[in-house]
Design a protein around this ligand. Structure first.
Ligand code: LLP
Length: 431
């Protein structure tokens, strides 16, 4: 199960701070991040590239968890940033993130998004479709500016117990398909464009992946295309962006691979391909999101109602749910949790953890082993750092929780708990 620290009061400690003190200070539900873990995750990627002496950029996929404080930590760690919307870009600007290290993604970037990106001289736009090429070219010409551009392609692979099916993922809303000539057609529009510096290819093959094979196969597929472009157009890629998707541990069923292993295997594969093609080593870019933020976050809830259905199931309800963690309802995602105020007590029965939303599907965890639970106990759910706050919503007009960062034994509020005034701020009267 999840490794965690317990103090002399039998309370869960997060980054050296008593979780019950945090609850008393900030209330629940509460997202708590151990910033030390975030930093370690960044360094696992960056330092492995350094050790291997390979030019690289590691861009944090900010969709996983974007707040000003988080992006400031990313800046401190020398990460680049992947943003997919004006909102994410705006947050990056608020965090004073160096714009040359920001990359813009998205399968339907608006004129405004592209204009904002170009106005702020961000580092790179990853074009996703033909309309976007037109829009980018139009804006750049209008302003007589240059922009680095990557092309997102759909490598058309899918993993099935270590086999791959070339057609598997071709039916995707993202990127240019390689197999039907779309990518080459897009390449012809981008290559040697007067205002576009076309740098190379991008692919992202999926999320929460626990095998290196898929990444290696994707790399191979990209190089098949690059070989064609080298032979036909003498194009030499300067950048190869292999996306994110590195799996993390939610439950004991998950067996994540150390991030350094992904980096090493990817670098080996790229080196092999580069030698075969007789071109210089391109910069390798990666885009981990979950792998940076996921295991650094814990959500603390207060237990309220307890419903026992003898012979069937015991439910405990917490003061949050699908509004702060949509993943169980949306993907049947699994989590592990303990009672933070009884962290030294062994589980002796199973309960199912319900959220408070008016929705039967609002169940956070089924059949969770816990010690005897009472109302007002504090439940700590592990690995909620990615796609928790970022997918939080206002169903039932529930306010979003506060976020606290812990580092060096100190807690710091980095996002205020929402108020009902915040929620109704844009409501206009109809009386
Ligand atoms: N790069 C691109 C282009 C992506 O589309 C994504 C994720 C990432 C990087 C980061 O992937 P990661 O390293 O975080 O797996 N809401 C879902 C995950 C959706 C991911 C979408 N794209 C979840 O909660 O599992």
């Amino acid at each position: 199960n999840h490794p965690f620290q317990v103090n002399q009061h039998g309370h869960l400690e997060i980054g050296g701070v008593d979780s019950i003190d945090l609850v008393n200070k900030y209330g629940t539900p509460l997202y708590v991040y151990d910033v030390h873990i975030i930093r370690e995750n960044c360094r696992a990627f960056i330092e492995t590239f350094k050790e291997l002496n390979v030019p690289a950029k590691v861009a944090y996929a900010s969709k996983a968890f974007s707040t000003v404080a988080m992006l400031q930590v990313m800046k401190q760690e020398g990460m680049c940033l992947d943003v997919v919307s004006e909102g994410e870009l705006f947050t990056a600007l608020q965090a004073d993130f160096p714009t040359e290290n920001i990359h813009l993604h998205g399968n339907n970037k608006s004129m405004n998004e592209l204009r904002m990106a170009i106005d702020h001289n961000i580092g790179c736009i990853v074009v996703d479709n033909f309309r976007e090429i037109e829009l980018v070219a139009e804006l750049l010409q209008e302003q007589d500016k240059q922009m680095d551009v990557l092309m997102r392609v759909t490598p058309g692979i899918e993993s099935k117990t270590h086999q791959y099916i070339m057609t598997g993922n071709e039916d995707s809303k993202f990127g240019f398909n390689l197999t039907n000539g779309q990518a080459e057609q897009a390449f012809q529009q981008l290559f040697q464009h007067s205002h576009i510096q076309f740098k190379g290819l991008h692919c992202h093959i999926g999320s929460q992946i626990f095998e290196t094979d898929r990444f290696l196969i994707a790399t191979e597929v990209l190089f098949q295309e690059l070989k064609k472009w080298k032979d036909t157009y003498q194009f030499i890629p300067e950048v190869l962006n292999l996306g994110g998707g590195y799996g993390i541990r939610y439950t004991s069923q998950d067996a994540p691979i150390p991030y350094a292993v992904y980096v090493k295997e990817l670098v080996n594969e790229v080196k092999k391909q580069v030698e075969a093609l007789a071109i210089p080593m391109p910069e390798i870019w990666l885009e981990p999101g979950r792998a940076i933020a996921g295991n650094a976050g814990i959500t603390l809830y207060t237990v309220g109602a307890i419903k026992q259905i003898p012979g069937i199931r015991n439910y405990i309800a917490v003061d949050g749910g699908m509004t702060d963690n949509l993943r169980p309802a949306l993907y049947q995602a699994k989590y592990e949790a303990i009672l933070a105020n009884k962290a030294n007590q062994a589980p002796d029965s199973e309960v199912s953890v319900a959220g408070k939303c008016c929705e039967s599907g609002d169940m956070l965890i089924w059949d969770l082993p816990l010690p005897q639970v009472h109302s007002n106990d504090i439940l700590a759910v592990f690995s909620t750092g990615a796609y928790g706050y970022s997918m939080a919503n206002h169903y039932n007009r529930i306010a979003k929780p506060a976020i606290v960062f812990i580092e060096d034994g100190e807690d710091k509020l980095v996002l205020k708990r929402e108020t009902y005034q915040d929620i109704t701020r844009n409501d206009l009267s109809y009386e």
